[in-house]
Design a protein around this ligand. Structure first.
Ligand SMILES: [Mn+2]
Length: 326
């Protein structure tokens, strides 16, 4: 757990903030950045938003104009930095290095990673970074407006698969949701923010990925992939594999789903999702990536076949171990 007072002290003692999140941002990252900037401005402080991008997830596209892709020279002498949703400084992409040396507050909920920052508000049991940001609003005595409440709920929904991954012991999260809904937002609003902007071509690409899904160890491991050529052939530009994870993770007996995506020539990203005791956060970390016990990712060089082989070699023993414990 964390001491909220540490973050409050940090904010109180600085006046101008550069607000950073991770590269390849997701809904939780973008929402927590905007919400923190709104909080800082409500407190009479200066705050600017920066992200290495890209904004290629359809649900965050509308927010791109609020962010600058670099930290301009004049902002590098700001008094402080807030880094959100990052387990390591390098998750910020090239931006972190440009403000290295400035006092830094880290707000995050990842399990793997390293201890960095001068003040920390890190809780790996929090379902989203936005939930921690709500805690910060409340600790500072600022009530979120409707737009901010919607963003905080949006971050929570994107990181929990719209509450699907919240386990027992989440009553306090549902109480927080009630406070957000009281500010005028709704799950109906957030649902359309999350899912209402998909292109048909990208849905068809998911269909192809579903079709080619490989089953290993009696469906305990299900693996599929997409290549650049697939996206070009179908003119599919959006990310949005969440629906595919949902379809495959609900296959009877499944423990881990793997999605491999060709990002560039010889470069692949690998997404891992676990509905079992297999800690895919640790698996991703062993490949230099990061994430949570149940959802993680990493980048790897090679061919499709070599990547598949490496991932399966890492996962098969863990699946056998988790299976024997059942
Ligand atoms: Mn997050």
């Amino acid at each position: 757990m964390y001491d909220t007072a540490e973050a409050v002290r940090f904010i109180t003692s600085h006046e101008s903030f550069v607000v950073l999140g991770h590269k390849e941002p997701d809904g939780d990252c973008i929402a927590s950045q905007i919400a923190v900037a709104t909080l800082l401005r409500a407190l009479g402080k200066e705050a600017t938003l920066h992200s290495a991008g890209p904004f290629d997830r359809p649900e965050i596209g509308p927010f791109e104009p609020d962010f600058s892709a670099t930290v301009p020279i004049e902002r590098r002498t700001s008094t402080a930095v807030v880094i959100l949703d990052c387990s390591t400084p390098d998750r910020t992409g090239p931006l972190g290095a440009t403000v290295a040396g400035l006092p830094c507050l880290v707000i995050d909920h990842h399990s793997a990673g390293e201890r960095f920052g001068d003040a920390r508000m890190v809780d790996s049991s929090a379902p989203s970074t936005t939930v921690l940001v709500l805690d910060l609003f409340e600790a500072m005595g600022v009530t979120p407006d409707t737009d901010t409440a919607r963003l905080i709920l949006f971050g929570l929904c994107t990181d929990t698969g719209f509450f699907r991954h919240l386990g027992a012991g989440s009553a306090h999260i549902f109480r927080a949701i009630a406070r957000l809904v009281e500010r005028g937002t709704s799950t109906a609003d957030v649902y359309m923010m999350m899912y209402g902007r998909r292109e048909l071509a990208s849905r068809k690409l998911l269909g192809e990925m579903l079709q080619r899904a490989e089953s290993h160890r009696s469906d305990r491991l299900i693996l599929t992939w997409q290549m650049i050529a697939d996206r070009e052939r179908l003119h599919a530009h959006q990310r949005g594999e969440d629906d595919l994870y949902r379809l495959l993770q609900t296959v009877k007996g499944n423990m881990v789903v793997v999605l491999i995506k060709e990002e560039g020539k010889g470069v692949f990203s690998v997404g891992l999702r676990s509905t079992s005791a297999v800690d895919v956060g640790a698996v991703a970390a062993s490949f230099g990536g990061g994430g949570h016990r149940q959802a993680s990712g990493f980048d790897i060089r090679g061919s499709l076949d070599s990547v598949k082989k490496a991932v399966m070699e890492a996962l098969f023993p863990l699946i056998a171990e988790a299976q024997s414990e059942l």
